[in-house]
Design a protein around this ligand. Sequence first.
Ligand SMILES: Nc1ncnc2c1ncn2[C@@H]1O[C@H](COP(=O)(O)OP(=O)(O)O)[C@@H](O)[C@H]1O
Ligand SMILES: [Mg+2]
Length: 280
Amino acid sequence: MTADPAIDLRGVSKRYLTRGGEVEAVSSLSLAIRAGEFVAVIGPSGCGKSTLLKMVAGIETPTAGTITVEGGTPDQARRRRLFGVVFQDPVLLPWRTLEGNVSLPLEIVGSRRPERARSARELIELVGLAGFEASLPAQLSGGMKQRAAIARALILNPSILLLDEPFGALDEYTRNQLNLELLRIWSQSRVTALLITHSIQEAVLLADRVVVLTPRPARVAMEVDVTLPRPRQLAQLRTRECFELVGRVSAALYDRLEREAGRERGEPAAALAPGHLDSR
Ligand SMILES: Nc1ncnc2c1ncn2[C@@H]1O[C@H](COP(=O)(O)OP(=O)(O)O)[C@@H](O)[C@H]1O
Ligand SMILES: [Mg+2]
């Protein structure tokens, strides 16, 4: 018997009511994530990725379908503080030091000052920022701020890490560096990780499984198991196995675009790559 998934989405839909009418962001999406698994979700901009993550986090409620997180509702999971969340914008308080920012969640739950300082320093060390405890956010680079956001997300010892394009604003070098850091942290802490990204390479380097979403409304277009051995290294990005995986994710992601472009060129549909997606 296999254990229940840590995160289980069944037939989940989300419609937003806006002044311009209804916007369907997510449509009958089902996805199960095992405890300790690292899942990367990739999809076109505006397809509903953040909406998906917010529903898992208990910030938005689905219009249809159910989400179960470690045996309860997302809202219960949020109250049990099961989540650590990292967004693209690290949102650090500018007047607080790095240590003050990282320890903020502990302050909110009322933990005592010596314990806060000890935990914050441990995590600052874990994310490679030792020595910068007293620095203000303005004195930190973009990559360092994002490391701080990761440390802050981990300080309440979450069992689930939700990451919404955390490295999207970083240059490629820093991004790769932080990818390796995240891998190390994940393999040490064994949290369940759900990463939204728009980088195919990042998805393949980090994840056990890459879930490709359709253009809005988001549904699962394809799932690719990433068979690259662990521990992962950047050098694996240059292997044939990795090229093959990146190619499969890319084909699923660009399937519709490529077919549309082919139609514009007047090519018969049969001449194009086999459709992985539903032919809406
Ligand atoms: N709070 C909201 N109210 C109304 N529409 C929203 C809201 N949040 C997102 N949307 C719409 O839902 C769609 C998906 O948005 P989002 O989940 O942010 O996409 P992604 O993260 O994939 O770029 C978009 O069309 C967006 O405009
Ligand atoms: Mg988004």
